[in-house]
Design a binder for this molecule. Structure first.
Ligand SMILES: Nc1ncnc2c1ncn2[C@@H]1O[C@H](COP(=O)(O)OP(=O)(O)OP(=O)(O)O)[C@@H](O)[C@H]1O
Ligand SMILES: [Mg+2]
Length: 270
């Protein structure tokens, strides 16, 4: 096991009371497992990742990491929703930064970062600044920066959220390739039901305010995962199953009824 969340709840103190973001969330993630979390905006996905990363303290419950031997690997790395590259650092410096925080010496970290950058085809941009890259390239650098430190657990918060469908498809493929080569377990947060299914070994469905786990689905697709699976009928069935878990809340938030539409045929005037 990589870690376990046990009865995790989180409230934020506000000036006029509390906002409860998560309520009684329990699940575990195995070594090298890829777990997707899907849920609507505001259900506590980012809060959950921050709790797992230790950036927030739970109001109740706990995050229990596995008792792995200390081999120098970081326990976790979090890629934020807004990819968060340092604008004052080049691509190379950004990727090397994670290694710097691990105490790796300058020449080794630049060599390892450069090897990584070349392996994802970004060598010509190693000395470019983030603002000189497309959004998709910046996302790749952000993901790469996390993978290069070889964390036990990689926490990804909608890393492909702002991309067009084609770029997203290509980067999903790249992400799976990087993960296959790595030893990391992944928790992958997304709004996108199809993405959750196509990438994950399991999908956790988080709904409500405060967010609770509505259900959990094991994805019966092999590895290595081919993105052609997106058109597989098993995926279609799982997408529908997940949608049914999300539907009520999605309709409620748009104030749409689940009832059949009322007939618009008017009564004849007598
Ligand atoms: N630091 C904070 N202080 C107060 N309330 C917070 C804080 N962080 C999150 N919240 C509240 O907790 C709830 C969950 O927020 P969170 O950002 O985890 O949702 P999310 O599922 O990641 O949403 P999105 O999909 O839009 O990113 C929201 O009601 C939010 O306003
Ligand atoms: Mg979020």
């Amino acid at each position: 096991m990589s870690f376990r969340c046990e009865h995790l709840s989180k409230s934020f103190a506000m000036r006029d009371g509390f906002v409860q973001a998560l309520d009684d969330v329990t699940f575990s993630v195995g070594e090298r497992e890829f777990v997707s979390i899907v849920g609507p905006s505001g259900c506590g996905k980012t809060t959950l990742l921050k709790l797992i990363a230790g950036l927030l303290r739970p109001s109740a419950g706990s995050v229990v990491p596995s008792a792995a031997p200390d081999d120098g690997r970081p326990a976790s790395a979090l890629v934020f929703q807004e990819h968060g590259l340092f604008p004052w650092m080049t691509v190379l410096e950004n990727v090397a930064f994670g290694l710097e925080t691990r105490g790796v010496g300058r020449s080794e970290r630049h060599e390892r970062a450069m090897t990584f950058i070349s392996s994802v085809g970004l060598a010509p941009f190693a000395h470019a600044w983030p603002h000189q890259l497309s959004v998709g390239m910046r996302q790749r650098v952000g993901i790469g920066r996390a993978f290069v430190t070889d964390p036990r657990l990689l926490l990804l918060d909608e890393p492909l959220g702002s991309l067009d469908a084609q770029t997203r498809f290509l980067l999903q493929e790249e992400l799976l390739r990087l993960w296959t080569r790595s030893r990391s377990a992944v928790v992958y947060v997304t709004h996108d039901i199809e993405e959750a299914v196509v990438l994950g070994d399991r999908v956790l469905v988080l709904t409500g305010r405060p967010g609770r786990i509505q259900g959990e689905i094991t994805v019966p697709l092999g590895r290595p995962r081919k993105l052609e699976y997106a058109v597989d009928e098993k995926v279609t069935a799982l997408k529908w199953q997940i949608w049914k878990m999300l539907e009520e809340e999605a309709r409620r938030s748009l104030a749409l009824s689940t009832r059949e539409p009322v007939s618009s045929v008017e009564e004849p005037v007598p």
